[in-house]
Design a protein around this ligand. Structure first.
Ligand SMILES: Nc1ncnc2c1ncn2[C@@H]1O[C@H](COP(=O)(O)OP(=O)(O)OP(=O)(O)O)[C@@H](O)[C@H]1O
Length: 227
């Protein structure tokens, strides 16, 4: 599903190259649940953004669903993203001026899904996430955990094959965090959705099947999680 071959990324500052990712080589197979861990500044978010095609590596080859991402035109990259990837952010990134239902519907508008189908998919997901009663509220009228549920609902409504999550429980209390991790585990095990999360939490990482440990932009260890 994903093959990274010798991915390198650096930022130049006054002629000096500051490497953020170095020699990153790995494969991620359909149905895996991978956690990316490492100290602050190790390059975790950058790697996730490269995986999500939100950032381009400086060198190296990134193959996503058999396509060499660096060779794709931007429009094709956006299409691949919209069809396959759901991104979940630590700070939710919901649109404040839109209701819960409108936020969830937004990716379907981008995908040009018809009105009736949109309404039915949004209704299904509101029901499934037990947030029907919140559908007409605005994000600032929800708790952090509820906002993250909406963020995940928005990522899922377009039926992605992969969820990329950057510290999805970073702003949450521990019970809310557990709920979100249980939900990810269910999506992974019951629906076969591939999940890649960045996390600082050892507990969150145990929900996955594999941990990539990053240090100074290098994969130091690629460890299977035994459950
Ligand atoms: N646009 C940029 N210009 C210059 N340097 C950048 C830029 N974006 C990121 N970096 C640098 O890349 C390094 C890795 O950043 P990244 O956000 O990927 O780390 P991280 O492991 O996710 O850290 P954290 O756990 O603190 O979120 C950092 O040293 C950061 O300063």
């Amino acid at each position: 599903m994903i093959t990274l071959s010798n991915i390198e990324k650096y930022y130049s500052n006054k002629g000096i190259k500051n490497y953020v990712l170095r020699h990153v080589t790995t494969q991620i197979h359909p149905g895996e649940f991978v956690s990316i861990m490492g100290p602050s500044g190790a390059g975790k978010s950058t790697l996730l953004n490269v995986l999500g095609m939100l950032e381009q590596p400086t060198y190296g080859k990134y193959e996503f669903m058999g396509e060499d991402v660096s060779l794709l035109k931007e429009s094709k990259r956006i299409e691949l993203y919209r069809h396959h990837i759901g991104f979940v952010f630590q700070a939710y990134h919901l649109i404040d001026e839109m209701t819960v239902a409108e936020n969830i519907e937004a990716p379907l508008l981008y995908k040009k899904v018809g009105g009736a189908e949109r309404k039915s998919r949004v209704a299904d997901i509101l029901d499934r996430f037990n947030i029907v009663a919140k559908k007409d509220l605005f994000p600032n009228q929800l708790s952090g955990g509820q906002q993250q549920l909406v963020g995940i609902a928005r990522a899922l409504v377009a039926q992605p094959s992969i969820i990329l999550a950057d510290e999805p429980t970073g702003n949450l209390q521990s019970t809310q965090a557990l709920q979100i991790m249980d939900l990810f585990k269910k999506l992974n095990q019951e629906e076969g959705i591939t999940i890649i999360q960045v996390t600082h939490s050892e507990v969150n990482a145990t929900y996955g099947s594999r941990i990539l440990h990053l240090l100074d932009g290098v994969i130091k260890e690629d460890e299977a999680v035994l459950t």
